[in-house]
Write a protein that binds this ligand. Structure first.
Ligand code: ATP
Length: 365
């Protein structure tokens, strides 16, 4: 499934104006008027932020999510990320512009109905939306609404629970509220996976978890991606995005500020800092270590890859520093990399963490 945003702008107007606009659009569609993608500027609407009727949350956003891709979505608070993810699965409709799913306009009710369930949205703190008396019933809610038979629903529930590493025999009949916070979030994930989505949209999926549970969830997300599910992950954590995403969209004040591979996006460190974002911590540390003479050739580092490249050099340096090390065992000359300023310049094919690399390769298989 390919999802394309074409010149999408969105304003949170008051409900009366929103309803009038919807009715007008429906009448135009019924009269056979084909809407062309339009930009905010073409409509001659008030400038950003000056519309007395509402808040422009997105402005002329154009990008596409390719089938099976892992797309990261970053931006400071209020930049429009949550609005964008709600437009991806048709919960909101663009004020201007178009969201196309495999070339068909998502604003069309029939198209929205056809793709419903194929684009799974996991909100922030999804465990707050668990409601059923048992885990199995909670996960069954979506597939049952699709009108599937009891057997088919039961199969989906078991598979979805296994996908999130929960044993259906152990937890199926428990109340979700007997489980730990991390397990509850897994149950909420399972409820979305039971719909067998082609695209999974995750809004800050690891917010509020402890470090171990965070790592387990990131592994889980990488696993889902490796099965061919396209992922859109909203995150404030640049290390996580650098590690997992194939491309990253950075939003600033509702506009696309940067779009590219992690190497391309994080090469613009100064610009990112100017809009309240940063490069991954490990990347920053790698830059400083290069200046101290360490040979760190990768364009993009995360903690795991930095440790892998650094360990042998540190061990050599430690041995050389021990008393009795001869003059010929002196430290190697500084490698002299200047990749801090332009890491893209030293990009090497296949540079990625083992986790990201595995998931990407499997996802393409
Ligand atoms: N229901 C709403 N009504 C009016 N304005 C809204 C509404 N929801 C969001 N906004 C505004 O739209 C803009 C974009 O908000 P959005 O929630 O999409 O940003 P975000 O990047 O997801 O922020 P955060 O990281 O804090 O979740 C902000 O100015 C916000 O105040």
């Amino acid at each position: 499934m390919r999802i394309a945003f074409e010149g999408v702008s969105f304003s949170y107007v008051d409900p009366v104006h929103q309803e009038k606009r919807r009715k007008r659009a429906r009448r135009r569609r019924e009269a056979g008027v084909i809407e062309q993608p339009t930009s905010l500027a073409e409509h001659g609407r008030p400038a950003w932020g000056s519309d007395p009727e509402g808040t422009w949350a997105l402005c002329d956003v154009t990008f596409s999510l390719e089938p099976g891709e892992f797309l990261g979505l970053a931006g400071h608070t209020g930049s429009g990320k949550s609005t964008l993810v709600q437009l991806i699965n048709g919960l909101l409709r663009p004020t201007f512009g178009t969201v196309l799913v495999d070339g068909r306009d998502l604003a069309d009710g029939k198209v929205a109905a056809a793709v419903r369930g194929k684009i799974g949205l996991v909100f922030q703190y999804p465990e707050n939306q668990l409601f059923a008396p048992t885990v199995a019933e909670d996960v069954a809610f979506g597939p049952r609404n699709l009108g599937l038979s009891d057997d088919a629903v039961a199969t989906r529930v078991r598979e979805a629970l296994r996908s999130v590493h929960l044993d259906p025999d152990e937890v199926g009949e428990k109340s979700p509220f007997e489980l730990s916070g991390g397990q509850q979030r897994r149950v909420a994930f399972a409820g979305v996976l039971a719909m067998e989505p082609e695209v999974l949209v995750l809004d800050e999926p690891i917010a509020g978890l402890d470090p171990v549970a965070k790592e387990e969830f990131l592994q889980l997300i990488a696993e889902l991606h490796s099965r061919g599910i396209a992922i859109v992950m909203v995150s404030h954590n640049m290390d996580d995005l650098a590690r997992l995403a194939e491309r990253i969209v950075v939003l600033n004040n509702g506009r696309v500020f940067a779009l590219g591979t992690p190497v391309e996006v994080f090469a613009r460190g100064d610009e990112l800092r100017s809009v309240g974002l940063d490069v991954p911590q490990a990347q920053k540390l790698a830059c400083e270590l290069r200046e101290c003479g360490f040979d760190l050739p990768r364009a993009l580092y995360d903690t795991a890859t930095l440790a892998t490249d650094l360990a042998p050099q540190l061990s050599r340096r430690t041995k050389n520093a021990l008393p009795g090390a001869g003059a010929d065992a002196a430290l190697p000359a500084p490698a002299g990399h200047a990749a801090c300023a332009s890491p893209a310049a030293s990009a090497a094919p296949g540079d990625a963490t083992p986790l990201a690399a595995d998931s990407k390769e499997a996802g393409r298989a």
